[in-house]
Write a protein that binds this ligand. Sequence first.
Ligand code: NAD
Length: 252
Amino acid sequence: MSKLAEQVLLISGASSGLGAACTERCLNQGARVIGMDLAATGIPVATSTANYLHAQGSVTDATAVAQAISQGIARFGKLTGAICCAGILHAERVVGRDGPANLESFGRVLEVNVLGTFNVIRLAADAIAKNPPSEADGQRGVIVMTSSIATYDGQVGQAAYAASKGAVASMTLPIARELAKLGIRIMSIAPGVFETPMMQAASDKVRQPLLDQTPFPKRFGQPDEFAAMVEHIFENPMLNGSVIRLDAALRM
Ligand SMILES: NC(=O)c1ccc[n+]([C@@H]2O[C@H](COP(=O)([O-])OP(=O)(O)OC[C@H]3O[C@@H](n4cnc5c(N)ncnc54)[C@H](O)[C@@H]3O)[C@@H](O)[C@H]2O)c1
C-alpha cells in the first residue's frame, strides 16, 4: 500500500498543472487532500469525492492558509504533509525596450513563489508537529516544495523567476535542519519543462528550443511524472533536505 494512503495533505496550486496531478495521484492512493488555489474549484475528479476539501485563497494570505488547514483538520482529523505547487511564471528583461524592469512585477514573483511557499510551510509544519511520532523513525510528516531548474540555468528574462526558485532551493536545507527535531522531512523538486497550462501558454518560439535542448527522453514531462516523484519522497525516509532535478537532463 502506498504511504500516501495514510496522509492528510495540503496541496497548494491544486486546481492546475503539477498541483492538480499531485491531487489526483494522492486521492487515487487513498489520501485526503485540502486543495488550495486562487481558483474557485478543484479539479473535477477531486470535487466529486468526500476526501477532498477545496479552499479558495492565496498562499500569500496568512489567514486564508491558516483557515484552510484548520478546516481540513476539522474534517480529516490531522495534517500529515504539504505539497507546495502554487507559483507564477514571469519573464522580463532587466533593461528592456521600454526601460528598466518593473519593480512591482519582480516583487510579485517573490511574494507568490517565496513568501507564499514559506507561508504554507510554516503553518503546515506547525500543524504537522502536533501529530504523534511514527514508530519507525519518529516521523510526523513530510513537506515537498517546487523549485525549478531555473535555479541553476536561468535564462535571459528570468531574473525574478530564477531568484524566487533559487530561494526555494536554498531554504530546503535550513528548514530540514530545523524541522528535524519535530520529525518532519522537507524536500524540493526542481522540474525541467512539464506540460501544464503554465508551459502550454508559452509560444512555440519559447517551447521549441527547450525541446531541442532536452537530451532524453526528448519531450516535456507529464504532470503525473512529477506527482510520482512526490509520492516517492513520501515513501523514502532517507530523502530530506535536498533538491531533486527532474528534467530529462535538460540544461537550459
Ligand atoms: N510547468 C513547468 O514546466 C514547471 C517547471 C518548473 C517549475 N514549475 C513550478 O511548478 C509549480 C506549478 O506550476 P504549473 O506548471 O503546474 O503551473 P499552473 O499555472 O498550471 O498551476 C499553478 C496553480 O497555482 C495557482 N496559484 C498561482 N498563484 C497562487 C496563489 N497566490 N495562491 C494560490 N494558488 C495560486 C494557480 O491558480 C494555478 O492553479 C509552480 O511553482 C511553477 O513555477 C513548473
